[in-house]
Design a binder for this molecule. Structure first.
Ligand code: HEB
Ligand code: CA
Ligand code: CA
Length: 344
């Protein structure tokens, strides 16, 4: 059968598959210029975290009990921010929501679509990230999500896997795919004494270092000891969530976890898949319009998997029974001290 070329030409001359996406060009440019400054920095990380905290709040299990289970990626976290940012796991997102609100208001986009779109635009600044899929057409929330649906860093693996299974029938491998996001991430509010401490040594790159470095033995707390959900760090300046430490070592998740340390093509493929699936939570995907071609192409990865200076295979707590931990070069020089993510 003949295929019809449905390409649309936008006012600025850009050719896109779907004409409805032309309106997103100026939203992208506004975000890139005035929010992200084309960087995979603090704001890009926050935008990505926001996509998750909006989307994961959906529970078929609660619905089965006759309760409201939340609407998933429905913008509820921004529309009902007073309610939802007061939920414990959403700490810090009150400020994030308000910093993005003027962009949403002048975007002309629905709130749910805007959240997923801004997260995708921000992530596109991270070298190593896949080209993400992004779409529009979600229905905005009319009520806030219930509390208790966003995972916490002090949750055990059973609890985390059960939450992902309920939210979107995600299995234990898919749960690991979600955590690729923590390769471009830091903490601000779990331990405020070490605000902006990243989860790996390359928070501005979506690479496998997060998966390598979470497998290293914890040596000490970089901030305050004894905070719920915090594990000992392997490297100065780096922050480890207890949930990440446990997922790296659980026999259901450890092999998938380890695989992302050295397989960038797989990492990209799985994150592309899971980001799209996350943005479809609570929505019939057949009603969405694909606007992926509005997104910038992420820069290529220029680094190779490695141990930070000062550590070696002797510091690895390998947890995958099937596959030995890969052989990696160690960065030269004195022991790495990871710098905080710059704040502006
Ligand atoms: Fe995440 C961050 C937890 C998943 C993305 N985290 C974060 C934090 C925490 C968490 C606690 C810190 C906060 C502050 O600020 O302090 N997560 C978590 C958990 C989980 C998760 C528990 C489950 C397991 N994430 C996730 C996902 C995603 C994410 C899925 C997406 C997709 N996060 C994120 C990011 C970040 C985070 C991006 C960073 C932010 C910034 O930097 O700001
Ligand atoms: Ca939501
Ligand atoms: Ca990284």
């Amino acid at each position: 059968a003949a295929t019809v070329n449905r390409r649309a030409t936008c006012a600025d001359g850009t050719q896109l598959v779907n004409a409805e996406c032309c309106a997103l060009i100026k939203v992208r440019d506004d975000l890139q210029k005035n929010m992200f400054r084309n960087e995979c920095g603090d704001e890009a990380h926050e935008a990505l975290r926001l996509t998750f905290h909006d989307a994961i709040a959906i529970s078929p299990a609660l619905e089965a009990e006759g309760k409201f289970g939340g609407g998933g990626a429905d913008g509820s976290i921004m529309i009902f921010s007073k309610t939802e940012t007061a939920f414990h796991p959403n700490i810090g997102l009150d400020e994030v929501v308000e910093s993005f609100r003027p962009f949403q208001e002048r975007s002309g986009m629905g709130v749910a679509d805007f959240i997923q779109f801004s997260g995708a635009v921000g992530t596109s600044n991270c070298p190593g990230a896949p080209v993400l899929n992004v779409s529009i057409g979600r229905t905005d929330a009319t009520r806030p999500a219930p509390d208790g649906l966003v995972p916490e860093p002090f949750h055990d693996v059973d609890t985390i896997l059960a939450r992902f299974a309920d939210a979107g029938e995600f299995d234990e491998l898919e749960t690991v795919w979600f955590l690729i996001a923590h390769s471009v991430a830091a903490q601000n509010d779990i331990d405020p004494t070490v605000s902006h401490a990243p989860f790996d040594s390359t928070p501005e790159i979506m690479d496998g270092q997060f998966f390598i470095e979470t497998q290293l033995r914890g040596e000490g707390f970089i901030g305050k000891a004894g905070i719920e959900g915090v594990a000992k760090s392997p490297v100065r300046g780096e922050f480890r969530l207890q949930s990440d430490e446990l997922l790296a070592r659980d026999n259901r998740t450890a092999c998938e976890w380890q695989s992302f340390g050295t397989d960038q093509a797989k990492l990209q493929n799985r994150f592309q898949f899971i980001f799209q699936a996350m943005g479809e939570l609570g929505t019939d995907p057949t009603t969405l319009i694909d606007c992926s071609d509005v997104l910038p192409t992420p820069p290529d990865l220029t680094t190779v998997p490695h141990f930070p200076a000062g550590v070696s295979i002797n510091d690895v707590q390998a947890a995958c029974a099937e596959t030995p931990f890969p052989t990696l070069p160690t960065d030269p020089g004195p022991a790495t001290a990871v710098a905080p993510v710059p704040r502006d």
